[in-house]
Structure formats: C-alpha cells, structure tokens
Design a protein. Structure first.
Length: 96
C-alpha cells in the first residue's frame, strides 16, 4: 500500500511540474503587457551615427487574449510619432 501511494504522489508531483513549466504563448506574451519605454534607432546614412529617439509603448492583450497589441507614441525626427503593431498569440486550426 505504501508503494502505491508513493507512485500516486510521484505522479501528481510530476504532473504539476510539467504543467507549471509548459506555458501557452498567450500566457508568455501577457507578461509583456503594461507601459514600457522604447528607443527608436534609425540610420539615414551608414557612415553616420544613428538617430535615437525615445518612445513610450503601451502593450496589452486584446480580443480575449488572442492578440497582443503595442501602441507607440513619442517624438521622431522632431515630429510626433504614433505606431501600432498587433500579433496573433496562438490560433488553433480545426482539422476537417
């Protein structure tokens, strides 16, 4: 009886460890949400030093966690800059 309970306990410990290590792409990307400082680097001429501008990025999960969006604002080349990027985190295909 002790051996059986030992293996059952070992099984649940292994299962818990595997589940805690495996992350969905949605969970991994959700750790990047929030307000971030970003640096925009651009080269107009390879022989010259790059132009550097500071931006603010607001990143969030949208549409029930299926998409990850980033909204960038700041100044670039002396003008207001706004940018938006959206990435799909994980879309499962249904097999037919």
């Amino acid at each position: 009886m002790k051996i059986k309970s030992f293996f059952v306990t070992l099984f649940f410990v292994m299962l818990t460890t595997i589940n805690s290590q495996a992350q969905s792409p949605m969970r991994a990307m959700s750790k990047l949400t929030g307000l971030w400082k970003a640096e925009f680097i651009m080269w107009m001429d390879p022989a010259q030093p790059p132009m550097r501008d500071q931006l603010t990025a607001h990143r969030e999960m949208i549409m029930n966690g299926l998409f990850f969006t980033s909204h960038y604002t700041g100044q670039s080349m002396g003008m207001n800059y706004e940018g938006l990027s959206t990435s799909a985190t994980a879309l499962k295909r249904k097999s037919t």
